[in-house]
Design a binder for this molecule. Structure first.
Ligand code: AMP
Length: 215
């Protein structure tokens, strides 16, 4: 099974993808994570990608499509959860062509619906465990013991450079300009299923899981 998690920045795509991987034995393909690892390289491309991401703009279709193409050539048993990809109509077309070529199909596109101001609050307080990737929040989800990850016991936490209000508003604009048209696109392809992204995390997970079990 191959699915896309579609939603604005901070809507919980990454959190849900991580949880679904555990339950459905699928592989999470996050272009944001791939790009964060690519930007660490000191090459020209790495530096350019870093500048674009920090501003909150979209990296070129060519770069992200080639990252996805590379990962899809591995044997992804159980299928893929696309997290943060596609983000433009050109990326959606490229994904369709790649899956066709592999004799696979896209099963569902889960649209995680949330309101913008809730997103600003959510994203600007966000931090993650550097060891296991568990996501926390300054106000709504602090570790039980301050400074210690609830899941793995790690004590090293990080904040994304683009999780500040200025970059976030740019990312939101990019979402409405370039990515929101995909809602109509996948609706027309009869793939789209909306879920309420403001519900508690566990409830959203259960709703998506039940959609996938029925697919
Ligand atoms: P994310 O972790 O999905 O929020 O992505 C972080 C940043 O990486 C975005 O703000 C973009 O700059 C870049 N990015 C991630 N995925 C894509 C994509 N599919 N197309 C273009 N840029 C992307």
């Amino acid at each position: 099974m191959n699915i896309i998690l579609l939603g604005p920045p901070g809507s919980g795509k990454g959190t849900q993808a991580m949880r679904l991987v555990g339950e459905f034995d699928m592989t999470q393909l996050s272009t944001g994570d791939m790009l964060r690892s690519a930007r660490k390289s000191t090459t020209g491309v790495g530096q350019r990608v870093a500048a674009v991401m920090d501003r909150g703009d979209l990296v070129t279709d060519e770069i992200v499509i080639s990252l996805i193409e590379e990962r899809l050539s591995d044997d992804l048993k159980g299928g893929a959860i696309f997290d943060g990809f596609p983000r433009t109509l050109a990326q959606a077309d490229a994904l369709g062509a790649l899956l066709d070529r592999m004799g696979q199909r896209l099963d569902r596109v889960i649209e995680i619906k949330v309101d913008d101001e809730a997103l600003v609050r959510r994203v600007t307080g966000r931090f993650t465990c550097a060891q296991c990737g568990e996501v926390y929040h300054d106000e709504t989800r602090k570790p039980v013991v301050a400074g210690v990850c609830d899941v793995c016991g790690g004590s090293d936490f990080s904040r994304r450079a683009d999780d500040n209000e200025v970059s976030f508003r740019t990312r939101l604009l990019a979402y409405y300009r370039d990515t929101a048209p995909l809602i109509g696109y996948y609706h027309a392809h009869r793939k789209l299923v909306p879920v309420d992204g403001l519900a508690p995390i566990g409830e959203i997970q259960e709703e998506i899981a039940s959609i996938l079990r029925r697919s």
